[in-house]
Design a protein. Structure first.
Length: 676
């Protein structure tokens, strides 16, 4: 840690230390923007790129990001030596980099490209790497191109420190070093939740969002299709950044006008179904409070959080709200009801959503959100992809006259606007529940304790004579901390909001660069400004939503809404792997037995059960007829040890009932027949 007080001299100017953690912070306070690749104030210090080197009198060259300041230091940031070394570092990085800049998705926002220009690098004196590594595009949301990776480690630290997942890490040594997944597996086979935070911090095109722009253009130009688009709250306070506006500046009207010019037949607002989600989730919370249902109630709007819970906390899935996210509620309404009202079949209507979130691409492909082979949401565009389409179409965004969303699915309340900020969903539910439980008009409810970008926020609120304990978290590492406190009995809450991305949806992986704390704070400020300007404050004030619930479902929170607007979740394997063979197979058609040896089942005794099965097979003389193997996960983590016998999955196997299971489920199927 650096000194809390004292002074240093930076390029001849005296600067106060004032609790600066490192020389880099002091230098930036002096108005000097040192170049960096691997430094992020939200992440641990790595000090690998050495772009931020300075000369300290008496100490020579030091990395400013990892060197604490000391009283009396004399620092030189721009000397012949530091400039020469920075340019050489850029050249070395470029020599090891796929320099297809004109066709790269990060061209124009690539930090390597920007610093090469800033450092005046016009040629690369080192030979370019000739070995090409395969691109991983197996994920529905992200694309990894290792040929563009500069080994800055930003994605590694973001995934481990902020999300607590550790999907990325360094492998191999020397010139063969690369950032990869566990065992080098494709992204779709590991525990990635598609949050896109690795994309948000990647300085190059090594990690990018998987584009669906061309597919959307094809749909727009298909004369047989009606193409409707919905836009999430956080997009309207970020899209302007791509056209010179500041983070948080309102660009809703210009965005709607641009979408119509692009060619969408109807331009709707996800605020509509955000209000619907609040009503359904609020009723769900009230029902659990009144009937003694499972608590806390966790929100389920964030698909990255839902996948995380499915992979790591299967025992909490019954605690998740059954409400679909606003995106998926909207898709359900469009395909099942709106299409019919305009005289079209679900196949003839293409539903496109514009989201700040990359995980929404994964969510849209979940089988639960498909009816008769037709997905409720066909394509998901991120904020950046929409900006690309606007630019492709040659639209001058800042000269557009503002337009309004189409109705009936284009009206939303202020409670829906703030869905884009951490704490927004909780505050929306509070507004709804407060009005439902309190007689008379409760007036405007602004619940400040859940606002802000802090990782964990706690609040208490008395509604209808009951004291409700609430928690709001953003970042999955923070979610894990809170869940551990809940499971240990250290903390209790009635409701918990979880958002995977820092700051909530406004910090999603599909938002414009730079997606840093300053940008997130600006977007958050913009959302709350829009909330204050809205005439409708609570979701039940939105007559378009209440009328739709009555017309299409006979009201809220009933069997009809549960079928169309709700869902359920399932345990999900964290990593796909080849089974571990534990017995020889000498017969052509043995009984195939796989025992889960994943973490949950291992802790419940799966290895002892596997050994028990091996012993019983030998004792009964059927070892040649039973093919035993260990597998990573059978996706039933909440039901004890799971095994698979041929195509049948059997759960709740214990050491006590292992022999009975073996005799009745395995031995009986072994050939030749024998007496059990």
């Amino acid at each position: 840690m650096g000194m809390s007080t004292g002074k240093v001299t930076v390029d001849g100017h005296v600067v106060e230390i004032n609790d600066a953690r490192n020389i880099l912070e002091v230098v930036r306070r002096a108005g000097i923007k040192l170049p960096t690749f691997c430094y992020h104030s939200e992440l641990s210090v790595y000090g690998a790129c050495r772009m931020c080197m300075v000369e300290v009198e008496g100490r020579g060259l030091v990395a400013s990001c990892s060197t604490p300041p000391a009283d009396g230091m004399v620092i030189h940031t721009s000397t012949p030596r530091t400039r020469r070394l920075r340019r050489m570092i850029i050249e070395l990085l470029l020599a090891n980099h796929d320099r297809e800049c004109t066709s790269c998705g990060r061209s124009g926002s690539c930090k390597l490209q920007q610093l090469a220009r800033q450092m005046g690098v016009t040629e690369v004196r080192f030979g370019q790497r000739d070995k090409k590594m395969p691109v991983d595009n197996t994920s529905p949301a992200l694309v990894k191109n290792p040929n563009k990776c500069i080994l800055c480690g930003d994605c590694v630290r973001m995934c481990k420190e902020v999300q607590g997942l550790g999907i990325w890490d360094f492998a191999f040594r020397g010139s063969k070093t690369q950032v990869t997944t566990a065992f080098g597996k494709p992204l779709q086979e590991v525990a990635c939740v598609s949050c896109g935070q690795c994309v948000a911090v990647c300085p190059t095109g090594a990690l990018t969002v998987k584009s669906e722009v061309d597919k959307v253009w094809d749909a727009i130009h298909d004369p047989d299709k009606v193409v409707v688009v919905q836009v999430a709250p956080a997009v309207r306070v970020a899209i302007g950044e791509e056209f010179g506006l500041l983070p948080g500046e309102k660009a809703t009207g210009q965005m709607v006008a641009a979408l119509r010019k692009i060619g969408f037949d109807r331009v709707f607002d996800t605020l509509f179904t955000a209000d619907m989600t609040t009503i359904e989730e609020g009723m769900e919370l009230l029902g659990r409070l009144e009937k003694g249902g499972r608590l806390p109630l966790f929100t389920s709007c964030c698909p990255a959080w839902v996948k995380y819970a499915e992979q790591f906390h299967a025992d909490l899935l019954e605690n998740l709200s059954t409400c679909r996210s606003p995106q998926q509620m909207f898709g359900s309404l469009v395909k099942k009801h709106y299409a019919r009202e305009i005289g079209r079949s679900p196949e003839q209507v293409v539903c496109v959503s514009v989201m700040p979130c990359t995980a929404k691409k994964f969510e849209a492909r979940r089988p639960e959100f498909t009816t008769g082979g037709v997905p409720d949401v066909d394509f998901v565009l991120t904020t950046m992809e929409l900006a690309q389409m606007i630019k492709e179409a040659g639209i001058v965004f800042n000269e557009l006259e503002p337009e309004v969303f189409d109705n009936p699915l284009g009206m939303g309340s202020g409670a829906a606007v703030i869905y884009g900020a951490s704490g927004g969903v909780m505050e929306s539910v509070v507004r709804f529940v407060a009005a439902q439980q309190s007689p008379g008009d409760v007036g405007r409810v602004d619940f400040y304790p859940v606002r802000g970008i802090q990782g964990i926020k706690e609040a208490e609120l008395e509604i209808g004579g009951q004291n409700l304990k609430l928690a709001v978290v953003n970042g999955l590492a923070n979610a894990e901390k809170l869940i551990n406190r809940i499971k240990s009995g250290e903390a209790f809450y009635h409701a918990v909001e979880v958002m995977a991305c820092p700051g909530g949806c406004l910090g999603g992986g599909g938002q414009p660069y730079p997606n840093n704390t300053a940008s997130r704070l600006g977007r958050m400020k913009g959302l709350y400004a829009l909330d204050r300007a809205e005439q409708l404050h609570r979701p039940q004030d939105n007559i378009f939503v209440t009328r739709a619930l009555e017309r299409w479902f006979g009201g809220p929170a009933n069997a009809n809404t549960h079928q169309a607007l709700h869902t359920r979740y399932y345990p999900r394997r964290r990593i796909s792997g080849k089974p571990v063979e534990v017995s020889d197979r000498r017969e052509e058609r043995p009984v195939e037995v796989a025992v889960c040896v994943g973490t949950n089942c291992y802790l419940k005794g799966s290895y002892d059960i596997l050994n028990k099965f091996m012993t019983l097979a030998r004792q009964m003389g059927i070892a040649d007829y039973v093919h035993l193997k260990g597998t990573f996960c059978l996706e039933h983590c909440d039901r004890g040890v799971s095994i698979k016998v041929n195509d049948e999955i059997i759960t709740n196997v214990t050491l006590d009932n292992a022999e009975e299971v073996f005799r009745t489920k395995i031995a009986i199927k072994a050939e030749p027949p024998w007496v059990v």
